[in-house]
Structures are given as C-alpha cells and as structure tokens.
Design a protein around this ligand. Structure first.
Ligand SMILES: Cc1cc2nc3c(=O)[nH]c(=O)nc-3n(C[C@H](O)[C@H](O)[C@H](O)COP(=O)(O)O)c2cc1C
Length: 312
C-alpha cells in the first residue's frame, strides 16, 4: 500500500506540515509513504509540441514525452503511477493552484491513463485513489478555484478522489500549527486514503459532502451547458467532473444541482469523459491533417507579420 504525496508549497510551509500530518497517520495504518516537494525537482514547461496526442490519436500508439530523461518528470511519474494513493497539497496562488503544480500537470498529457488504455498500454490499467489539501492565506472566495483546479487534474489521471480539504486563513509558514482541529483533519485525510486504497471498488467520497455544488465530485463551481463536440450537451454541467443536469429547488427552497439520468455519459469519474475526449481529439486533428495545405498557405500572412515586441 504505497502513498505518494506531492507538495507545491514552500519548503517547511503549511502544506508540508498538513501533508506530514496525513502521512504520519497513513504510516501508522500500514502505508508505505513518500513525499516530494515540486520545488526540489526540475520540470520543464510542456513545449506544446503535441507529439503525444498525435501519436495517441492519429497512430494509436503509446507515446513518450519528448522531454523524457531531460528533466525529473519521468522519475516522478514512475512513482506516481506505481502508487496506490496520491495526496496533492497545493497552496492557493491567484485563487487557484500554484503555478508550479500547473507546470507539473501540463506534462500529464503524455501520461494520460485513459489514452494509454485506449491504445492498450497495460502499465496504465491501475486503480488509484487520491486526496487533495488546498491551503491558502484567505477565505474561500480568494481560493475559489484551488481545490477544483487540482481535482480536475486527478480525475483526468483516473484517480478516485476520496477526500478534499480546504484550509483557509493561514498565510505565514507554520500558521496551521495554531489549529489542532486542522491538524487532526489533515491526519484524517491520510486515514481516508488508506480506507480508499483498501476498498477501492466500493469506496465513495469520504470527505465533507457539503463541500460544493456537485454531488459527483464535490466541486463548488458550475457552468451553463454548451454544445459538446458530438451532441447538444447539458443544461448545467460541472466543469470539473463533466456530469450534467439542471438546478432544482429542494424542499427548503434551496437550489441544488441534480444530475440527469444519463448525466454521467461524459463523466471524468468513470473514464467515459476521458475516452470521449480521445475520440474528440482524433476527430478534430483529422481536420487539420486533411487540410494542412490550406493552413500552410493561409499561415504565411501571419508568420510574415512581426509586431513590435519587448526587447530583452
Ligand atoms: C504569489 C502568491 C499568491 C497568493 N495568492 C493567494 C490567493 O489567491 N488566495 C489565498 O487565499 N492565498 C494566497 N496566497 C497565500 C498562500 O496561499 C499562503 O501563504 C499559503 O500558506 C502558502 O502555503 P505554503 O506555506 O504551503 O507554501 C498567495 C501567496 C503567494 C506567495
């Protein structure tokens, strides 16, 4: 039972302390734990070459990132993929997950489990559970996309998220130590990861059910539905787990998000959504390859145009 914790905050910061509280409990319960702070590793920003998506969807083959062995990403992902449980702890920066975590997750594309499954790569047919701690200096409204921006990255990694916690109003390093309940809650995250690992098939969300609007992924943001690539779409959709439905009033007159009967057909929680996205990319990229001559001809006007820039 292996747990990998990935931290995006300061060294010895609040996130590290909360993570250690979770890992100490998980270790007591028999887990083998590892912890990394992304600041200790070199992770190049994705070059945007899309060679991984082209290989997946146009050739039906498992790609390797062009940066493989050129930085520490593959080293981290080997552990990430071998873990039974993943804990991600990120500070809120500009309302969402800190950029270093985003740089890390942009590189996930070459390691997309449902895309690898689609091309038959057995290494990715593995069950993992996850948990998230989002910590910040302010209240929820200043951390509005923090948990959500991490949750979506774990869902696309085929990780069943069993717990999420938002830690507010702890700006200075170590400030979380003033709140014993918080440290206990973080320890509970470790416990929930262990429960999730031991009971993967049946486990459902073990965190606070009232965390957000979505009864599926517990995120706290909703979108008006938009047409999808191959169908009309939903009236209201969860932009994190991609389930769909509508708003309804409950018996107390309070609005709630109700998922429609077939509202899980694009869900990120069961692989449907990611698999569907594979075919969407396949379809959309085909248009490019079928029309490459037109694009090259039309492109000249734009490549020739050189607006003023900032001189270094
Ligand atoms: C660049 C920067 C941006 C920040 N933006 C936010 C924010 O939008 N909302 C918030 O609640 N806290 C924000 N904070 C505060 C951090 O989330 C807070 O200091 C947190 O405790 C850092 O976690 P760490 O100790 O694990 O590094 C910001 C801090 C920095 C350095």
């Amino acid at each position: 039972m292996k747990i990998l914790a990935v931290i995006a905050g300061r060294k010895n910061g609040n996130g590290e302390i909360l993570t250690k509280a979770a890992l100490m409990r998980a270790e007591e319960l028999g887990a083998e734990v590892k912890m990394i702070n992304l600041h200790d590793y070199t992770i190049k920003p994705c070059s945007g070459c899309e060679s991984c998506t082209v290989k997946f969807t146009q050739k039906g083959e498992a790609p390797e990132c062009v940066y493989k062995n050129k930085d520490d990403m593959d080293l981290i992902m080997k552990e990430w993929l071998a873990a039974d449980g993943i804990l991600v702890t990120v500070p809120a920066y500009s309302f969402m997950s800190a950029g270093i975590y985003r740089v890390f997750t942009d590189r996930f594309l070459a390691y997309e489990p449902n895309f690898h499954k689609q091309v038959g790569n057995q290494a990715f047919f593995r069950h993992r559970v996850g948990a998230i701690i989002g910590n910040g200096g302010s209240t929820h409204s200043w951390m509005s996309l923090t948990l959500e921006s991490v949750n979506i990255t774990l869902l696309s990694q085929d990780i069943k998220v069993v717990d999420q916690v938002m830690v507010n109003r702890a700006p200075r390093p170590g400030q979380v130590l003033l709140d014993e309940d918080l440290l206990n809650r973080a320890a509970h995250v470790g416990e929930n990861l262990v429960i999730g690992i031991k009971n993967y098939e049946n486990v459902t969300f073990l965190g606070d059910e009232k965390l957000g609007w979505c009864p599926n992924c517990h995120s706290n943001v909703l979108s008006l539905g938009e047409p999808l690539w191959n169908e009309a779409g939903f009236i209201i959709e969860c932009p994190i787990c991609h389930c769909g439905g509508d708003l309804e009033k409950d018996e107390n007159g309070k609005w709630k998000f109700v998922i429609e009967q077939d509202g899980h057909r694009k869900s990120m929680l069961n692989g449907n959504g990611a698999k569907d996205h594979f075919f969407e990319i396949q379809d959309t990229m085909k248009k490019y390859f079928d029309n490459i001559g037109i694009i090259e001809k039309k492109c000249k006007k734009y490549t020739d145009y050189k607006p003023a820039t900032i001189k270094k």
